[in-house]
Design a protein around this ligand. Structure first.
Ligand code: ZN
Length: 225
């Protein structure tokens, strides 16, 4: 089991853009991924290690933490903010080994906190918060899952109205559907129905038949609730 896990993961070498420390962090080999199922809010389940545990890179020396695709895009002003607000209090520790679910949650909480300091997009912050909610679900921690589903929903909803989604992996239809599903999971069937309706009645939804179909199914489910 342990050997198999070591084979699924590999070490990625990273240079911290804030303090220039070289370190390594684990990633799941793409070819090792076998998707078993996916929840309606897109939490993927895999046969082995779940890559959602390794999305955040954390510098062991200065505490700078972010998703891989954001990691090097930090501004000079951002670097100063991280040094002042994070590094000054950082107790040196590494998240570069196999991560327990709790450790993975810690890395995401760091990324969420630092993402707010760096004034990252609502869409990004929503995605990090949703990742925390998913990890809590894998752990069976329902209270914390709900707490972070709500945080993700709030960020996504703000992003939906205020942010440009082009050049992101999200589009208006997928995001509208996801907000509806988060409302549904939070027990707010009225708002869930409202968002699913908006997806289904949008002309744009025809270009995304999968999401459209899911919105119809979840609309029925929410109606029943
Ligand atoms: Zn660093």
């Amino acid at each position: 089991m342990e050997l198999q896990m070591m084979d699924e993961l590999y070490d990625k070498n990273v240079k911290c853009p804030v303090c220039s420390t070289d370190y390594s962090t684990k990633k799941v080999r793409t070819r090792a991924l076998r998707l078993i199922k996916q929840d309606e809010d897109f939490l993927p389940y895999y046969q082995g290690e779940n890559p959602i545990k390794y999305r955040v890179f954390v510098c062991p020396n200065c505490g700078y933490a972010a998703y891989e695709d954001k990691y090097n895009a930090i501004s000079d002003q951002g670097k100063e903010e991280i040094k002042r607000k994070i590094s000054s209090q950082w107790k040196k520790r590494s998240y570069g080994n196999v991560r327990s679910t709790d450790e993975a949650i810690e890395t995401c909480k760091l990324a969420l906190y630092e993402g707010q300091i760096l004034e990252e997009s609502r869409l990004y912050l929503g995605t990090v918060a949703l990742n925390i909610a998913w990890l809590c679900r894998l752990k069976g921690d329902v209270d914390q899952e709900k707490r972070f589903l709500k945080i993700a929903k709030d960020f996504y909803e703000e992003g939906y109205y205020k942010e440009d989604l082009s050049n992101t992996s999200m589009d208006e239809i997928k995001l509208g559907y996801l907000i509806g599903e988060l409302y549904r999971r939070l027990g707010d069937a009225d708002n869930a129905v409202k968002w699913f309706n908006a997806v289904v009645t949008s002309h744009n939804s025809y270009s995304n038949p999968n999401i459209r179909k899911m919105a119809v199914e979840q609309w029925r489910l929410a109606k029943g609730e």
